[in-house]
Design a protein around this ligand. Structure first.
Ligand code: ADP
Ligand code: MG
Length: 715
């Protein structure tokens, strides 16, 4: 097979070692193949020319407009010193003059341009002192431009200042791409397309979906001749990306199911039954029952379970986890529950310990802060099998933690853990890995679930325990402060309790604490003792003090709880009916949803008041209006994805799964769905992809699956 695509970019016409170094450093482009996969991020129309006169006739003058001008460069002059230094060119056509301005790469620009010559200048207008100029325009000699056909869709590649300064601006990149396709075409002519750029989608798939072949798609994504080609190329390349991602995930899932034996939990034993009959403080919801059934089926199947448990805030995932852990113990195994923060892990520990009181179950807590003798004792008892349930932070997956026979590993709020951590859980038992149950804190958008957790089975708790009431949510600005206080007083007079929450972000911790203390003082003045009692909790307090303050609120001794986001998870005070969130604009959507989940758990009517300054960004406004509009966690998750994009949703970046080049999970749900469905169908018929027609898939999967860099696999 041809090695063309593995050739270092340095050897491409017009690149050389300096530019190659830049491409490598700035964009991670090493080889011809990398270059081919660095798609344009947009296109501009190069068939249309503007005249300077027509631009000047507009009122107001066009600002930030992309224009292409044909004219003569009259003069090049340098002005200013040091950082203010700039190079200005007078550019004239038959209808007027504009200034071309460069602030960077002046040396290089000056060398490339010759006053007196005719050029095509392309750039974005900017208006200064009533005149139009073009900062950092692309320049090309008119004679060069005239040699080739103008493109309706001229590709624009992502660039950086450093690349621009080295002549790798939009035009430079376009030239390199042209050189690349020249090489590619020559090689294909000599060796055949299969040797140079093998197709990775079987023909039957391409036919079915009417997708162009790989070569066409790649050519058209860089140099489309019309809109149809561009659309076809995009469709094919997006599909390809999502399809292989799904194929890989589903193939892994299938292999595990068939190949990896799991402990068989066949007994519903004494502990489970005793807990269910004597200790369970409420009737399970139908959704909880259904989910437990699904999990039990997995646990008895003989294969290893890998399941995702999704459910909205407060839907009751913890009790499901606990029942499953009891199943494990009844069958002679240990279980563990891992949470992302110390506070949450502690809460699980004390909650579960309390619920299991009187039952012969050994429960322990372990985190990085458990040290010395205590840690040693726990580790010894764990290895001896004297501890049945271990609850803690990610310390649980450290190598020094050895179980006797771990049968079930549960992680809460998986979206804060990376995929690597999930894999580490697997290794916690030999020879058989434990069953793995992953629980999310907030719902995940469908597309994200399909990609991030595409290798897991999914159970959804889609029902809240009875008695939950939708929370009325309003947005109030600072000038309504007095009104908000009055409202709090009314609720307290009715015997209710109130949370007031402040953001606490690590980077601005000092300032945030100051805010919190000022808020505390203001509230103390408005709610004087002895009529009102106030609790305050924040991350800087000693655990014992925190606990003391929490307890006072839980027992109803205080009416107001002022806190940072430590109460985000887990706290349960049914009598609290008002949640006031300060500086709401600084919270993310899922955090706001979590916080709001603390109210609406008992009182007849609950309220969430989102406080902000008068002026906030559009994005913050959008977040707030989403909260006001809906109580549904799944809807909020979708909105969050749209607002922030998949790359910014917690956990996605670490996962490495979402290095998508073209596909966009917010827009390409349909393609994703098609890709997943087809991958499922293909694997159902041909699980190991041994059919000759599926040979390209098998080849692609095996090489990609090994984690080789994308292009290593082509030859
Ligand atoms: P999450 O799914 O957010 O982790 P939790 O497991 O913390 O929710 O449960 C939230 C609250 O609901 C807890 O106080 C729990 O005891 C209670 N709860 C769970 N299931 C039920 C149920 N079926 N009926 C009544 N209350 C329930
Ligand atoms: Mg929970």
């Amino acid at each position: 097979m041809s090695k063309l695509l593995n050739t270092p970019v340095e050897y491409l016409k017009g690149v050389g070692p300096v530019k190659a170094g830049m491409l490598q450093k700035e964009l991670g482009i090493h080889t011809f193949g990398d270059l081919l996969l660095a798609y344009p991020f947009r296109y501009v129309d190069k068939t249309r020319f503007h005249t300077i006169g027509e631009l000047y006739r507009e009122t107001p003058l066009p600002e930030g407009r992309e224009v292409q001008l044909k004219g003569v460069l009259r003069r090049l002059e340098k002005f200013g010193e040091g950082r203010r230094k700039r190079l200005v060119g007078k550019f004239r056509d038959e209808t007027g003059v504009v200034d071309l301005v460069w602030f960077q790469g002046i040396y290089w620009v000056e060398k490339m341009l010759t006053p007196g010559k005719a050029y095509v200048a392309f750039g974005k207008t900017s208006v200064f002192n009533n005149s139009i100029n073009l900062p950092h325009p692309e320049m090309e000699e008119l004679s060069e431009v005239n040699k080739r056909p103008a493109l309706t869709f001229a590709p624009v590649y992502s660039s950086t200042e450093k690349l621009n300064a080295k002549g790798l601006d939009a035009r430079g990149r376009r030239r390199i791409m042209e050189a690349l396709f020249e090489k590619l075409d020559a090689a294909i002519l000599a060796e055949g397309v299969d040797a140079v750029l093998p197709e990775n989608l079987p023909e039957y798939l391409r036919k079915k979906l009417r997708l162009p072949n790989r070569y066409e798609a790649l050519r058209w994504i860089h140099f489309p001749e019309n809109e149809q080609q561009l659309n076809d190329a995009r469709r094919r390349l997006k599909f390809e990306e999502l399809f292989f991602l799904q194929l890989r995930l589903l193939h892994t899932k299938l292999r595990r199911k068939k190949g990896i034996k799991g402990h068989v939990f066949e007994k519903v034993g004494e502990l489970f039954m005793r807990f269910y009959e004597e200790k369970l403080p409420f009737e399970l919801t139908n959704a909880q029952k259904r989910v437990i059934k699904e999990i039990r089926k997995d646990l008895g199947s003989g294969s290893q379970m890998n399941r995702l448990l999704q459910g909205d805030v407060g839907s009751g995932k913890t009790i499901v986890a606990l029942l499953c852990m009891l199943l494990a113990i009844d069958n002679g195994y240990q279980a563990c529950l891992m949470a992302p923060t110390e506070i949450l892990a502690q809460q699980h520990f004390s909650g579960i310990k309390e619920q299991l009181e009187g039952l012969p179950v050994g429960v322990e807590y372990l985190s990085g802060s458990v040290k010395g003798k205590k840690r040693k004792a726990i580790l010894e008892r764990l290895a001896a099998g004297e501890i049945d349930i271990l609850i803690g932070t990610h310390a649980l997956i450290e190598d020094w933690v050895q179980f006797k026979n771990l049968g079930l590993a549960i992680t809460d709020e998986q979206h804060r853990f990376g995929v690597a951590q999930r894999a580490a859980l697997w290794k916690k038992n030999k020879p058989l890995p434990p069953h793995v149950l992953v629980m999310t804190a907030t719902p995940i958008p469908r597309t994200l679930a399909m990609t991030l957790y595409g290798d897991l089975d999914v159970s959804v708790i889609d029902e809240l325990p009875p008695g939950r009431k939708p929370v009325t949510t309003v947005h109030k600005t600072e000038n309504h402060r007095i009104q908000v206080f009055e409202f709090m007083k009314k609720q307290i007079a009715e015997g209710r309790q109130v949370y007031v929450v402040y953001p606490l972000i690590e980077e601005s911790e000092k300032l945030d604490l100051k805010n919190l203390m000022e808020g505390y003082e203001a509230i103390s003045r408005a709610f004087p003792k002895p009529q009102y009692q106030i609790s305050i909790v924040h991350g800087r307090m000693k655990p014992a003090d925190k606990d003391f303050e929490m307890q006072r609120f839980v027992q109803g001794k205080t009416q107001i709880m002022i806190a940072t986001t430590v109460i985000e998870v887990g706290v349960n005070v049914p009598n609290a009916s008002v949640m006031v969130i300060e500086n709401t604009e600084r919270f993310g959507l899922s955090q706001l949803h979590q916080l709001r989940g603390r109210v609406g758990r008992g009182a007849d009517k609950s309220y969430c008041i989102l406080m902000t300054e008068f002026k906030i960004s559009n994005e913050a406004r959008e977040r707030i209006s989403t909260m006001v509009r809906t109580n549904n966690g799944f809807e909020i998750a979708e909105a969050d994805l749209k607002l922030r994009g998949p790359g910014n949703i917690e956990g996605t970046r670490q996962s490495g799964l979402l290095n998508l080049r073209l596909a966009d999970l917010t827009q390409d749900e349909k393609i994703l769905k098609t890709a997943r469905d087809l991958a499922i169908r293909i694997l159902e018929k041909d699980p190991e992809l041994n059919h000759p027609l599926n040979a390209p898939l098998k080849y692609w999967l095996e090489v990609v699956g090994k984690g080789t860099r994308h292009w290593g696999l082509i030859s």
